[in-house]
Design a protein around this ligand. Structure first.
Ligand SMILES: Nc1nc2c(ncn2[C@@H]2O[C@H](COP(=O)(O)OP(=O)(O)OP(=O)(O)O)[C@@H](O)[C@H]2O)c(=O)[nH]1
Length: 279
């Protein structure tokens, strides 16, 4: 389990968009919400310090430190971060799916996730490098209780996972969706449904058309896949890449419009760009 929580945050309110998963259906919607980038005061402090300790130059005045901070922020915001949380019953394969996407492999051994594990992957979309930050959440109630608020805070997209060989994990999706809605996650934040463990073909309990109906009713794409089967790795990638494409298409940052507000940098999204992203 890693604990490297993000430093700067990108808060993108709203979601939706298109794409298609295996056997899935595309639901398209748009949101024009603003994108707000908050850079923590810790960043300001760190920038001030690194300049002060850089050797020959005298320690900066407050004014020059702030200028430098702004420059640094402008640099750091070049890389956008999309926070995607992965939710579902314990043992459905959330850890393995996130491993497959970020590391390209299936872990030999996993243990129940406690709290959350962060995994990150930089992806290139239409010439822009975007960090897809995947939050692998705990499925067991006792390991997630104190973390739930953090999961949903400023989330950009949600991946709901069930195990195709466990009907119960599919039935419980309703509870996971209610939890998500209960944490004020806007209906416009893109959500996808993933049926994992499709390699266990003899044990499948959840028929594809049942899952499709459910996904349709909840305005989600459906992906049926296997974190274990290497032949499915592209399909696993497309779960996260389709979300990244949708988020990128919606969020156009105008870097010019930088305002300072109590150590915060706010970038206002004024227009929605048309994307030629293939997803
Ligand atoms: N056959 C098969 N087994 C899988 C697949 N994905 C995960 N598993 C197995 O399912 C078990 C649970 O996987 P995890 O990824 O740890 O499950 P989780 O949803 O993260 O569980 P929690 O951390 O408790 O919430 C492990 O034994 C995995 O090896 C898959 O696609 N196919």
């Amino acid at each position: 389990m890693t604990n490297d929580s993000p430093e700067g945050e990108i808060r993108a309110l709203g979601g939706g968009g298109g794409g298609s998963g295996r056997g899935g259906i595309a639901q398209r919607s748009r949101a024009d919400d603003n994108v707000t980038i908050l850079t923590s005061s810790m960043d300001l402090l760190r920038v001030g310090r690194s300049r002060a300790s850089s050797g020959t130059e005298a320690a900066p005045s407050l004014a020059s430190s702030v200028d430098l901070s702004t420059a640094s922020m402008e640099l750091s915001i070049q890389t956008r971060i999309f926070k995607i949380i992965v939710i579902g019953d314990s043992n459905v394969g959330k850890t393995c799916l996130t491993f497959r996407f970020t590391g390209g492999s299936f872990p030999d051994k996993t243990e129940a996730t406690i709290g959350v594990d962060f995994r990150e992957k930089a992806v290139e979309l239409e010439g822009e490098t975007i960090k897809v930050q995947v939050w692998d959440t705990a499925g067991q109630e006792r390991f997630r209780k104190s973390m739930v608020e953090h999961y949903y805070r400023n989330v950009h997209a949600v991946v709901f996972v069930y195990d195709v060989t466990k009907m119960n994990s599919f039935r419980n999706l309703q509870t996971w969706i209610e939890e998500c809605n209960g944490h004020r996650v806007s209906a416009s934040v893109p959500r996808v449904l993933v049926g994992n463990k499709c390699d266990l073909v003899d044990q499948i309990q959840v028929p594809s058309n049942t899952a499709l109906k459910f996904a349709d009713a909840h305005n989600m794409l459906l992906f049926e896949t296997s974190a274990k089967d290497p032949r499915e790795s592209q399909n696993v990638d497309s779960i996260f890449m389709s979300l990244a494409c949708r988020l990128k298409a919606q969020k156009s940052l105008l870097y010019r419009d930088v305002e300072r507000e109590d150590g915060r940098v706010r970038l206002t999204q004024q227009t929605e760009t048309k994307s030629s992203c293939p997803c």
